[in-house]
Design a protein around this ligand. Structure first.
Ligand code: OOG
Ligand code: NI
Length: 317
């Protein structure tokens, strides 16, 4: 349904305006993330420092409470308004989570060959806790805080870009109650809509770090711990989506009852997408992102969720 009276140039420039706003919002979300997570920031700089490379983000990820409009949709609406398309659902019954991923608007990258949020627009991964499946005690705590945010759920993207919770700070004992039942729930209560992680697209690097195994070695040689849940390298059943991640940075958090402890904040992920079998014949210089494995993988994601779990920080490794 074409709109008469809107010449192509005019709608083009409207799209450009919207896209630059979208990128500014992503940049604010990223700034919050870089300020709070020194390891993630240092790793981005380290990867850039090898052969003076540029970073492309494969995706940004967010967590939400799936109750009364505070779930995936609360944040997805912003991305949908700016041209993203909802893709497959992923389901994690044991963790009582579900997720959707969103693909960026097509053909919007021609004028943007910069670094990070000024490069190709990232995919977006948004998950939600299935709050109805939690214990009554945990549900009460979650609803107490989501309820206290009034219409905050309509402004999830703004909250993320500002690095502000839309609800009041919880007490330490409420945080502990949630952490006992769901690490994800506890994380979300104190981090809200903040970026959970950014993901470096390794195959779009120029240096030898484009091979994710080299990148993993490089990260560990530089003294950072990788999430070893189910093995450091997560591989999809088709062998084409390879992922790894660091363990989340910790930040001091002052609870409403005056207790201050460290809580897990965000981590950084790495993803290598291999060329699909039907494009194997293409010369390397002609391979574009659309010729590579797209989407996400439940088996990989299930392990990556553990990157914020305290057990990994203190236990084995
Ligand atoms: C998301 C974990 C899953 C991926 O790329 O599959 C994920 C999270 O920790 O919230 O990032
Ligand atoms: Ni991810």
């Amino acid at each position: 349904t074409a709109k008469p009276g809107n010449p192509p140039q005019q709608s083009q420039s409207r799209i450009k305006g919207a896209e630059s706003f979208l990128r500014n919002v992503l940049a604010s979300m990223e700034a919050v993330y870089l300020n709070r997570n020194p390891s993630a920031k240092a790793i981005l700089e380290l990867v850039r420092s090898v052969d003076n490379d540029k970073i492309c983000y494969d995706h940004l990820a967010f967590r939400t409470f799936g109750t009364d409009g505070h779930g995936i949709d609360s944040l997805a609406n912003f991305f949908l308004d700016f041209g993203y398309t909802r893709q497959e659902e992923l389901s994690f019954p044991a963790k009582k989570l579900k997720a959707f991923w969103f693909s960026p608007p097509p053909n919007s990258d021609a004028a943007y060959d910069g670094d990070g949020v000024h490069g190709p627009l990232p995919r977006v991964f948004i998950s939600e806790l299935l709050v109805d499946l939690m214990s009554p005690q945990t549900q009460d705590i979650i609803r107490k805080y989501t309820g206290s945010s009034h219409k905050g759920k309509k402004h999830a993207a703004l909250a993320s870009a500002l690095g502000s919770l839309t609800w009041e700070k919880p007490s330490h004992s409420e945080f502990v109650q949630l952490a006992r039942e769901s690490e994800y729930a506890a994380w979300s209560l104190v981090n809200g809509y903040a970026v959970n992680h950014v993901t470096i697209s390794t195959h779009r690097l120029k240096s030898h770090l484009r091979n994710i195994k080299n990148l993993n070695e490089f990260i560990e040689e530089n003294g950072y711990k990788l999430n070893s849940e189910g093995g450091v390298l997560k591989v999809s059943p088709d062998g084409l989506l390879l992922q790894s991640s660091t363990l989340a940075d910790s930040v001091y958090f002052e609870f409403s009852d005056g207790i201050t402890t460290t809580v897990p904040c965000s981590y950084i992920e790495f993803a290598e997408r291999l060329v699909l079998p039907q494009f194997k014949h293409l010369p390397e210089t002609e391979v574009k992102e659309q010729h590579r494995r797209d989407g996400f993988e439940v088996g990989n994601a299930d392990k990556i969720f553990e990157s914020t779990s305290k057990q990994q920080h203190t236990g084995k490794a």
